[in-house]
Design a protein around this ligand. Structure first.
Ligand code: SAH
Ligand code: SF4
Length: 349
């Protein structure tokens, strides 16, 4: 049986597809039906140990425990907000950590996981805690999926919606992110329409994504309506100009028939004037999109401030005159620093 392992290392069951589990069961001399049971224990019941799989014989569980474990990731920190948001610092075997957040919205059955796609980020946006620390490495497909399983195992709840809005630039880890989305769809049965990918605007990858024609939601971090200001806030603007970016979004909406989300972090007296709002309307004219305003979340050692609610509402009012749907993102978990990059900033990443 030991020959099924890779050297001394045990097999990690989390992240294995039904086909892979079937293959494992065949090699263990078990029926394929066992694989279905295992799959159910891993992805629906989200057990933490083989021993909890109570409809399997003790003998089989012992044999499986010899060669396999459910996971090799740890919860390094868990912070629970008064509003029900739970923030995890998930630690991989190499010691790297990423943030994963569980958000619940009142009056809705949805449970949303906000997950990371990379350790650190190379894009270096000026207002972002992750961006300040630079890029460490991409996450593998399994590591991306483990974040959702970590929440499910910890809470006993099933995630219904996933947003790639944690650390990292998802489109710079394109293949793993797309494979992880397909995995979530197939193995977790999370509808593609319940998955959102947020990007700082990697234009060639937006075209690539459009051509794949997945029915997910793309969210674009706009944050400024003109080239010079955007370049100051987001260095990626010097590589992919705003005009090219908007063109790629138009292509994506036409190709997929999906509306995009425009995210706009509102920073006091930086990008939140009436003029800015009018420019945003001009820029987005004719684009099939909703707009989500994110009040700036203060990051240590940075020069930006959050606007007061009157200023945000005035900005929102002008945007609404374009006829588009505009929402202000609820501040979730402010008391546990659930903003991008703020928890792992205190720990090694
Ligand atoms: N890397 C991706 C997704 C992660 S961040 C991206 O940039 O789109 C999710 C959103 O939070 C992005 O729109 C990002 O620009 C924004 N954000 C980052 N730091 C922030 C802060 N301190 N306050 C408010 N929004 C922030
Ligand atoms: Fe990277 Fe997104 Fe942070 Fe920009 S906002 S540095 S793209 S994680």
């Amino acid at each position: 049986m030991d020959s099924l392992k890779h050297g001394d290392k045990k097999i990690i069951l989390s992240g294995m597809s039904l086909e892979e589990l079937e293959d494992l069961m065949t090699r263990m001399g078990e029926s394929k039906f066992r694989a279905r049971q295992l799959h159910n224990w891993i992805y629906s019941k989200s057990v933490s140990s083989v021993d909890e799989m109570t409809n399997l014989s003790k003998k089989f569980r012992e044999a499986l425990s010899e060669i396999a474990v459910i996971t090799d990731v740890k919860i390094s920190q868990r912070l629970i907000s008064s509003d029900g948001t739970v923030k995890y610092l998930v630690e991989y075997p190499d010691g790297n950590c990423v943030e994963t957040v569980l958000m619940r919205f009142d009056n809705r059955a949805n449970l949303t996981a906000c997950i990371s796609s990379q350790v650190g980020c190379a894009v270096g946006c000026k207002f972002c805690a992750t961006g300040k620390r630079g890029f460490i490495r991409n996450l593998t497909v399994k590591e991306i999926i483990e974040q959702i399983l970590t929440i499910q195992r910890d809470t006993g709840l099933k995630i219904t919606n996933v947003v790639y809005m944690g650390q990292g630039e998802p489109l710079l880890n394109f293949e793993n992110v797309v494979s992880s989305i397909d995995f979530l769809n197939k193995e977790f049965e999370i509808g593609i329409r319940r998955i959102t990918v947020s990007t700082s605007g990697i234009v060639p990858k937006i075209y690539e994504l459009a051509k794949l024609n997945r029915q997910l939601t793309l969210a674009l971090s706009l944050h400024a309506p003109e080239h010079e200001l955007r370049k100051k806030l987001m260095p990626i603007e010097s590589i992919y100009h705003l005009d090219e970016l908007i063109k790629s979004l138009r292509y994506l909406t036409e190709q997929t028939g999906r509306r995009v989300t425009i995210e706009y972090t509102v920073i006091d007296h930086v990008n939140d004037s009436i003029e800015h709002a009018k420019e945003v309307n001009k820029l987005l004219k004719g684009l099939n999109c909703n707009i989500n305003l994110i009040p700036y979340n203060p990051v240590e050692n940075d020069e930006f401030r959050k606007p007061d609610i009157n200023r945000i509402n005035k900005f929102k009012y002008i945007l609404e005159q374009s006829g588009k749907k505009v929402t202000v993102r609820l501040e979730r978990g402010a008391d546990i620093m659930a903003a991008c990059g703020q928890l792992s900033g205190q720990k090694r990443t």
